[in-house]
Design a protein around this ligand. Sequence first.
Ligand SMILES: C[S@@+](CC[C@H](N)C(=O)[O-])C[C@H]1O[C@@H](n2cnc3c(N)ncnc32)[C@H](O)[C@@H]1O
Length: 280
Amino acid sequence: MSDPEWRRLNRANWDERVAAHLAPQSDYIPDALASGRYELHAIEEQELGPIAGLRLLHLQCHFGIDTLALAQRGAIVTGLDFSAPAIAEARALAARHAIPATFVQADIYEARAALHGVFDRVFTSWGTICWLPDIDAWARVIASLLAPSGEFYFADIHPMAQALDDEVTGSQGLPGWFAPYFQQGALVTDDVRDYANPEARLANSRTHQFIHPVAKVVQALLDAGLRLVMLHEHDTLAWPQFACMVEAQGRLYRLPTKPWLPLSYSLKATKPPAEPKPKG
Ligand SMILES: C[S@@+](CC[C@H](N)C(=O)[O-])C[C@H]1O[C@@H](n2cnc3c(N)ncnc32)[C@H](O)[C@@H]1O
């Protein structure tokens, strides 16, 4: 497999973040799994629906905390991530909490070849497609991994919120423009900070990130043969993207004073049922 610059830089960045996220100063609290039902963010808690007994694939699973939370809801889970340290920690976390789960190290674009069989649910959430250059190929991978009548669930930052940054001053104390909503190509940035560990300073700070407009994501899923069955915009987000954001209920954050803009969105898309076999 060729290793383009975006993937090499992003993987080094994510490999390094694993230890930062397991450090005591991090917002991640893996031991919360010990409660037997680790709470996801309120958005996916409300929208996901029952998953007990279903084969569920968690793409870009990081060190597996959400994957294991999904297993605690009765799903038969597989987590996939391209970071070797993340997958090693995911396996250790599963063993420590005696939660059955399979973890596979692979690039998402290689996921079809890396995994066996198909899944009733494919789940992806929070901080995922901003790392991926090709949204059409992403959608085709998801379609190839779903069983007939299977469902894809996605929740992530709204691309409109990615286009703003609070290091650029906007009006009324709000963030200003950072990049075009219709940004073409990678946003190459150097940022030593980490979103979950305020004390971390990343050596592998250079990354390639991407803004995928909502319509492009939806169209990619439709073009891959999926049917859109839910599309929601939210005025909350799973992390405080901008310094002015305040805590909301359910492990979420919102802008102060009023809902100025969509901060996240979520969708469900299903694979059509299998064609009936011709008789005779
Ligand atoms: C923000 S994390 C997702 C985290 C998850 N929502 C959580 O909070 O635990 C993004 C994950 O995507 C993974 N990732 C980024 N690019 C990838 C790629 N091309 N293939 C597979 N995994 C990738 C990173 O290793 C990282 O674990």
